[in-house]
Design a binder for this molecule. Structure first.
Ligand SMILES: Nc1ncnc2c1ncn2[C@@H]1O[C@H](COP(=O)(O)OP(=O)(O)OP(=O)(O)O)[C@@H](O)[C@H]1O
Length: 942
């Protein structure tokens, strides 16, 4: 209507506009009208909308809304189809991958394993005897990583639909599990591809997701966080073992596991590479880089705005299992033997669980190993499980191949119950093909609708002048930010914590440790009163398969000290399990790539980048090729800060390396700028008194060795500053932070240059080594290693340098008193108790719960003769300060050790003597004034 009127008046309008009434003949007007009518509809609408842009805007918005709801409906349909498809395929799907024969393989006369077709394997047992196995899919030796991943991809889709999932690689050692999971730079494996698919699908989705990354390994029955480096030397502090907790609903939580929010594929990949470096690997007869542990990657997903998802919070485990091995064949001994046994034990426990599930037993023996405990909620009916069984084509591996194939067959039967007949199988295949076809159609429709929405958004952009597209795009991409933003708006403590996934929420213990007394509707944390279990049990108890124990199959808890003993250096050549920091300490946190903070980009460009990044994925090359590496720590720090600001949770975070010498001045000036940051040592004054009472006068000798760990409490956390990350920093820097009620504790780890008296350490017995060290930061002018002790042969000594260059000794009695493990203070872990005990050696400042600042005066023994001047030179220090929820901005506080003045030589000794005499004289004079006799004065001088 409007347009017709417009055309009728067009002549007049043009006359008026041009002022050429005479030349605008009716014919001319008609031809103009014709032209306008023939214009494309889009153009016409725009012109019309220019008259009534508000109406047009609302019309376009309606269209967008309609298309969006259509796309949502299609998503729901696709999800249903996918579930039906996966149900037909089975909740537990088993694939078999046959390793290719490589150069140098001694594969014998016959090839015992032959892939008959895409789902059958024939095993030639003897000339006339063979056995057939069938699987969901069999990958021939020549199969590519692409082919393998094509089978994995549907599971990734269901993960975004809220299902728990578990993908694990099983098989004999050296059959290609790590190759399948991790891949090579030129052929990335399941893990990097899964990350890529996950983030791509999350980006395409209309929902917002919160995605976190964690990585751990189960080494010798202990859970170790792979985002926290392992000790590389026997004297190094061990990172705490993780404990598994089960919530009332059966969900699994791993206490203290580092969980880092990831916004895109690149971030996840960086963390994965970081974790891979800390995996325990060693050379064995079967494999030059054999994995000596089970490596587990957890991606946890939370989505609040999608009620149609199976769960609000779910997770996927990607597991590279340790290789099963026959001890006799591998000829492993010593530590390799123990590792092999531990792997075999947990694999056998996994087999038992699968067996129990298969036979639908009432009791499933999940508790028999850490592996099955961790995977408990990801194995079974309501989860999607993929098992990639790897077999060797070699004749000599026939026994292991049979075992692996039998294991896989048992696993496969969980879903099927009984073997399907060929007819049923065919019907299923047809049904699956139909479902797949429908899914593809739906995906095409979704793509089409998405492009329509983009067009409409562009038009809206033209009309309103606003950048609608990027707003929408941001909305779609904000799968990380939105939940956090929501949390920030809400109650700082209660709301966010209740929204976190079960397995991410701090437990009562960790809340106690952190001092963040989250009050959630689900779990009321008592402020005081008895707890079910003291947290120290969690923090410090570890499990090892106990050697030579009659009940060898079980795993038993042993003390932290035993843990250290297990890492001693007595194994000699055998002790070659490789942690990456052995090879290149500095490399641990230097990570590739510049675009860490960017938004996800188009899949094409992402793919291009991925290829580039994946080229560096190889563990060995990555260690040496770190020229391009930039600093991931800053990013990690930002992640930490972000989470902390939201007040979401308490978690352990990674520490920060400090710059090398050349950055000293820079850093010092920055430290001075840090405002009012004070660090107090953390210990209980009551214990202090008790220890002092026990103290005997007999000093013992000790030495500082290795990289000490410091635990300090801070009342203001530090900021992570960009220039603290230097490429040539050679620090080992992982810190573990814990918190207790009202007090923050941070462990920092320093590199100590012990080159000057390196050979002295060789006299120490390594097996009984214990070491503790405290950093006391009273003001920003100095930051010191306070103390460190080494225990061995009951001849113990301690030497440490303070800012005033004094050395203190440790008494034997201190070590005796350190055995008082029973003295646990609420909320403090055992290690902290040890610290507390040792801390009595120094004058410390601490803050009690009420925030009151107090000082302790300790009786410190001095001995000039035992000074080892110049023995230690603290090369770098770092500290990480976390989870200070009230703190808006984290402030950096890095204190560099001051250059120690020259403290050797005759001049120095003379100077000291004179100082002592002078001080005594003054003191004596003081007493003299008080009425003391001359004799007293002389005795003082002597
Ligand atoms: N499909 C494959 N194509 C090419 N090379 C392969 C393949 N599978 C394995 N390899 C090679 O075989 C060697 C051993 O593989 P890998 O380390 O992945 O074994 P593994 O099963 O993880 O062993 P372990 O359990 O001892 O860690 C590697 O050099 C790997 O590159």
């Amino acid at each position: 209507m409007d347009s017709r009127k417009l055309f009728r008046n067009l002549g007049e309008t043009l006359h008026a506009l041009l002022g050429l009434k005479a030349s605008a003949t009716p014919n001319w007007v008609k031809s103009v009208c014709d032209i306008v009518q023939k214009l494309p509809s889009e153009f016409k609408v725009t012109n019309i909308d220019s008259d009534d842009s508000a109406n047009a805007t609302s019309r376009i918005q309606d269209e967008v809304a309609a298309l969006t709801s259509q796309i949502n409906q299609l998503s729901t349909q696709r999800r249903q189809l996918l579930n039906a498809f996966l149900d037909l395929k089975g909740n537990i799907r088993v694939f078999c991958r046959i390793r290719p024969i490589t150069l140098g393989d001694n594969f014998g006369q016959i090839r015992p394993v032959v892939a008959v077709d895409s789902s059958n394997v024939l095993l030639k047992l003897a000339d006339s005897k063979s056995k057939s196995y069938s699987f969901d899919r069999v990958f021939q030796p020549g199969s590519s990583q692409d082919e393998v991943f094509s089978e994995v991809e549907p599971v990734i889709k269901s993960v975004l639909d809220g299902y728990n999932a578990c993908i694990f690689a099983y098989g004999q050692t050296g059959t290609g599990k790590t190759f399948t999971m991790e891949g090579r730079p030129e052929a990335p494996g399941v893990v990097p591809r899964a990350f890529e698919a996950l983030f791509k699908q999350a980006t395409d989705s209309t929902h917002s997701f919160l995605i976190t990354f964690s990585m751990l390994e189960i080494y010798m029955g202990n859970l170790k966080d792979l985002l926290v480096p392992k000790p590389s030397r026997p004297m190094d502090p061990i990172s705490p073992c993780l404990s598994i907790q089960t919530d009332p609903e059966g969900g699994i939580e791993i206490e203290n596991l580092v969980s880092i929010q990831v916004n895109d594929f690149h971030q996840a990949l960086r963390l994965y590479r970081l974790g891979c470096r800390f995996r325990s690997t060693a050379s064995t007869n079967s494999n030059r880089t054999s994995s000596r542990s089970h490596c587990m990657i957890r991606i946890a997903i939370t989505c609040f705005d999608a009620p149609e998802r199976r769960r609000e919070k779910n997770k996927i485990w990607l597991v590279d299992l340790g290789g099963s091995e026959r001890v006799l064949k591998t000829k492993a001994w010593g530590k390799r033997l123990d590792e092999g046994k531990a792997i075999n034990l947990s694999l056998s426990a996994l087999g038992d669980v699968i067996n129990a599930l298969q036979s639908k037993k009432r009791h499933i023996p999940y508790r028999n190993s850490k592996l099955t405990q961790v995977l408990k909620d990801s194995l079974g009916d309501d989860s999607k499980t993929l098992m990639l069984v790897h077999v060797s084509p070699k004749e000599e591996d026939l026994c292991e191949t049979i075992c692996s194939l039998n294991f896989a067959t048992r696993a496969k039967n969980i879903h099927l119950g009984t073997e399907d007949t060929i007819e049923v199988r065919e019907q299923k295949e047809v049904a699956m093909a139909n479902l797949q076809q429908k899914m593809i159609q739906i995906e095409h429709q979704q793509l089409h609708i998405r492009s329509e929405i983009l067009k409409l958004n562009k038009r809206l952009e033209n009309l309103t002048g606003k950048n609608i597209f990027s707003e929408k795009q941001l909305e779609a991409y904000s799968f990380m930010e939105e939940p956090l933003a929501k949390n920030r708006c809400g109650d700082k403590t209660a709301a966010p914590i209740s929204k976190l996934p079960r397995f991410m929420r701090p437990t009562i213990c960790s809340q106690k440790k952190s001092g963040t007394n989250f009050q959630t509707s689900e779990r009321k944390v008592p402020v005081s009163g008895k707890r079910r279990r003291p947290s120290s049990h969690h923090a410090e108890s570890v499990t090892f398969p106990v050697k030579d124990h009659p009940d060898h199959k079980s795993e038993r808890s042993i003390s932290r000290a035993s843990c250290i003993a297990g890492l001693d250096g007595r194994d000699g050549a055998d002790n070659a399990t490789e942690y990456s920091q052995d090879t290149l300490e500095t490399d641990t946190k230097m990570m590739d790539v510049q675009e860490q903070e960017k938004l996800p980009r188009s899949s094409d460009s992402q793919r291009a980048d991925n290829t580039h990044i994946l080229k560096n994925i190889n563990r060995q090359t990555a260690m040496t090729n770190y020229i391009k590496l930039s600093k991931v720590d800053q990013w990690l720090g930002l992640q930490k800060n972000e989470t902390n600001k939201s007040g979401n949770r308490t978690k352990r975070v990674l520490a920060i390396p400090t710059p090398e010498k050349k950055h000293k001045h820079n850093e010092q000036s920055k430290a001075k700028e840090a405002f009012d940051t004070k660090v107090h040592s953390f210990h209980d004054p009551r214990i202090h008194k008790e220890v002092n009472r026990n103290k005997r006068a007999k000093p013992v000798t000790a030495r500082i060795v290795g990289r000490p760990i410091s635990e300090v409490g801070i009342d203001k956390p530090a900021i992570i500053s960009q220039d603290l990350f230097t490429e040539d920093s050679r620090s080992d820097f992982i810190s573990v932070s814990q918190t207790t009620e009202g007090i923050k504790i941070v462990q920092t780890q320093d590199s100590v240059d012990k080159s000057s008296k390196e050979d002295e350490w060789s006299t120490l017995s390594q097996e009984d080594v214990r070491y503790h060290r405290f950093g006391e930061y009273k003001d920003h002018d100095h930051a010191l290693p306070i103390k460190e002790t080494v225990e061995g042969e009951k001849q113990i000594s301690d030497c440490f340098q303070l800012k005033n260059n004094e050395c203190y000794e440790l008494l034997q009695s201190d070590l005796d008193s350190s055995i008082v493990y029973s003295k646990r203070v609420s909320g403090h872990s055992t290690s902290i108790l040890e610290h507390e005990l040792f801390c009595q050696q120094v004058s410390t400042e601490y803050i009690v719960e009420g925030g009151e600042r107090q000082h302790t005066d300790s009786s410190i023994q001095r001995s000039a003769k035992d000074r080892r001047h110049g023995m230690l030179h603290v090369r770098s220090q770092r500290a990480l300060f976390v989870n200070y929820s009230e703190q808006k901005h984290l402030n950096k506080q890095f204190d560099k050790p001051r250059e120690e003045p020259q403290t050797t030589g005759i001049c120095h000794i003379l100077k000291e003597k004179i100082e002592i005499l002078w001080a005594s004289a003054l003191l004596g004079l003081g007493f003299y004034n008080l009425g003391y006799e001359h004799e007293f004065f002389y005795s003082l001088m002597l």
